[in-house]
Design a protein around this ligand. Structure first.
Ligand SMILES: Nc1ncnc2c1ncn2[C@@H]1O[C@H](COP(=O)(O)OP(=O)(O)OP(=O)(O)O)[C@@H](O)[C@H]1O
Ligand SMILES: [Mg+2]
Length: 282
């Protein structure tokens, strides 16, 4: 039986400010098995980033709300983050739309920062890395096609190259799960395709489970067998990505369909009658 790697039970998150309350997550529950690749879809503001941040322990869910467990370690429950989060975080790689590299540092140091949880702050500041760690960093850079740029400043790289380095930084941690929040939203179509292909191939190579929010249905179709869709913080679809034809997406996104990027090849073949009908969870 395939190992369960992520479990989310009744995740709720309400943001409260002076003038308003926003329910960003409204009782989301699902499980993911090791090795799955899951696309997270939903209109802008539906809660995708909040969910990814909650899984990575960067967002605390409402008290009296659900639990999130990754690789058997509880990330949070009842509004409390596991105090050992720093250690647990090494099993979770996260990449973001804006790459989050340190621009002034060279590529190899940006990658080595990924092993930060195993270092104290002085070792990090003084860039005290062993030869083995540097060799490991070169290996992962090789795997993402960036070894030739190891000693170049991050600020001098293209967007696609920066995202490759961000992937390398997630890999060097020895992560079991890779969370990607719109990893290709800032890239042109060609770079998007290359970076997503890289993410899929390293996920296979390193045996990673991938959960990625996306606004491009054609990428979800190509890279992720399973899709979870959110609408106003609620889980409204959880099933095979190939069940999401045009009609299903129109239903899912409603008046926000413009948030979703489609390619023309989202063709009538996907609307053929023999395709399974979408069953909305709510
Ligand atoms: N720190 C915050 N304070 C207040 N409201 C927030 C905060 N973070 C998110 N929200 C609100 O929570 C809701 C969900 O936001 P979230 O960023 O998770 O959406 P999203 O699905 O990632 O959207 P997008 O596709 O635009 O990235 C939105 O209404 C957003 O305005
Ligand atoms: Mg977002």
């Amino acid at each position: 039986m395939t190992e369960k790697i992520l479990s989310i039970a009744d995740a709720r998150k309400t943001f409260v400010s002076k003038s308003k309350r926003t329910v960003a997550l409204n009782g989301v529950s699902f499980e993911v098995k090791a090795g799955e690749r899951v696309a997270l879809l939903g209109a802008s503001g539906s809660g995708k980033s909040t969910l990814i941040r909650a899984i990575s322990g960067l967002e605390i869910l409402d008290s009296k709300s659900g639990a999130i467990t990754v690789c058997g370690s509880q990330i949070q429950a009842n509004g409390k983050i596991n105090p050992d989060m720093r250690k647990i975080r090494s099993s979770i790689g996260v990449i973001f739309q804006q790459f989050n590299l340190v621009n002034q540092l060279d590529v190899i140091t940006n990658v080595l920062i990924g092993i930060g949880a195993q270092k104290n702050i002085f070792e990090l500041v003084l860039k005290k890395f062993t030869l083995e760690e540097k060799a490991l960093a070169m290996d992962v850079l090789e795997n993402v096609g960036m070894a030739d740029f190891a000693y170049q400043r991050a600020s001098t790289l293209s967007g696609g190259q920066q995202q490759r380095v961000a992937v390398a930084r997630a890999l060097i941690k020895g992560s079991k799960i890779l969370l990607a929040d719109e990893p290709v939203a800032s890239l042109d179509p060609e770079s998007s395709r290359k970076v997503m292909d890289l993410i899929v191939s390293v996920s296979d190579q390193y045996g990673l489970t991938l959960i990625t929010s996306l606004h491009q249905i054609h990428i979800a179709r190509r890279c992720c067998d399973r899709t979870i869709a959110l609408n106003k913080g609620a889980l409204v679809f959880d099933g095979p990505t190939n069940q999401l034809d045009k009609n299903a997406l129109a239903k899912l996104y409603g008046s926000n369909l413009g948030d979703l990027q489609m390619e023309d090849e989202l063709s009538s073949s996907n609307n053929s009658p023999e395709r399974p009908q979408l069953v909305l969870v709510h």
